[in-house]
Design a protein around this ligand. Structure first.
Ligand code: NDP
Length: 327
């Protein structure tokens, strides 16, 4: 079977290449899956490249998500021929992942392919898209409705941001998209964004802890000073779903928006989500994400393309979603 293998040399440098390996080298697990598609997420960039403490042992097969067909199963929940999806559980980090023609994982980590989606569409969505849906569900559970006003999406041309923009707009929300790539305005408006805000507009660190109340909700893939600034611009009682740290893990913020405006900061994690929540989120994706918009944000790639694409996503150079055909 073919796989993207990352090796580490004695001087600590990593290198990735496509190699032919024996299936017997796959890690332990109850279910062996013939992988059809995987994707590229920010974390994959780290695991293809420097590892960033996520990868424990080398040689390693990255790929934090995949979709495919069950080849064999020692668990009653799955049988050969079943279509399945995997995201999270540190697969592609501590456990070998989806950048291979086959993968072996625990049955608990899988979900059946959601009705209405192909394996290709599921991976065009991928972990980034699932996380965008989890964020939207969290905001809705905290009262977000289209009539409340504009919803801000940061890192808008990235994977999480693109899927969040397309779903929110399809649900009738007015989306204000924050991007460092204003030349992508046409792309963002095709996804449904109605307003474009440049990264520079939100770049300053917090000077005034409270600014004009502007946003009814926010999906934030960036973190850092931008998230701190956004907190002070939220409407009374509104929520921010914190998803990512593309702009930094620090949060140089004041508590004022929480205690004077009742603003909520909601943490979103996709990795350890319980099975039922994953299924709920995938079902919502199948119903709420227009497939033509998904097609418009997706490019296709092969295993051989991944070393370059992995470096690109860490530099913020990848737009939308990258679908990886591993075969
Ligand atoms: P992408 O690289 O596709 O998107 C990130 C986007 O953020 C970029 O496209 C860019 O958008 C913007 N950006 C990049 N660098 C900076 C910067 N220095 N300052 C401000 N904006 C920046 O990644 P993903 O969409 O896959 O992931 C986004 C984040 O979400 C990552 O931090 C990732 O680790 C995290 N994540 C978290 C998950 C969870 O379970 N909580 C699951 C999946 C992802 P633009 O050019 O439009 O400004």
């Amino acid at each position: 079977m073919r796989a993207l293998i990352v090796e580490k040399s004695e001087d600590g440098k990593t290198s990735a290449s496509v190699q032919e390996i024996d299936e017997s080298r796959l890690p332990e697990g109850e279910v062996t899956v013939r992988v059809e598609y995987s994707t590229l997420n920010y974390k994959d960039g780290l695991c293809i490249g420097p590892g960033a403490g996520l990868v424990r042992t080398y040689p390693h097969v990255p790929g934090i998500d995949f979709a495919g067909t069950v080849k064999s199963s020692e668990d009653d929940r799955y049988k050969p021929g079943d279509k399945v999806v995997l995201t999270g559980w540190r697969v592609g980090e501590v456990h070998w992942g989806g950048y291979a023609e086959k993968a072996r994982v625990k049955a608990d980590w899988l979900v059946p392919l959601p009705e209405g989606l192909t394996t290709k569409q599921a991976m065009a969505v991928g972990t980034a898209g699932l996380t965008a849906m989890l964020a939207i569900m969290a905001l809705q559970n905290h009262g977000l409705r289209p009539e409340n006003g504009e919803v801000l999406v940061t890192g808008a041309t990235g994977g999480v941001g693109s899927v969040a923009t397309a779903i929110l707009s399809n649900l009738g929300y007015e989306v204000a998209a924050v991007t460092g790539r204003p030349e992508q305005s046409q792309y963002l408006s095709l996804l449904g964004a109605q307003k474009l805000i440049t990264r520079d507009d939100l770049a300053e660190t917090v000077k005034k802890p409270l600014e004009k109340e502007s946003w009814a909700g926010c999906i934030d893939a960036v973190g850092g000073p931008m998230l701190a600034r956004v907190l002070g611009q939220m409407k009374y009682g509104a929520s921010v779903a914190s998803v990512g740290l593309a702009g930094g893990a620090d949060l140089p913020a004041k508590v004022t928006p929480f205690i004077l405006r009742g603003v909520n900061l909601l943490g979103i994690d996709s990795v350890m989500q319980p099975f039922e929540n994953r299924q709920r989120a995938w079902a919502r994706i199948a119903s709420d994400l227009p497939m033509d918009r998904l097609q418009g944000m997706m490019v296709e790639a092969t295993l051989e393309d991944l070393p370059k694409l992995g470096a690109d996503i860490l530099k913020g150079k990848v737009r939308g979603r990258v679908l990886v055909d591993v075969n």
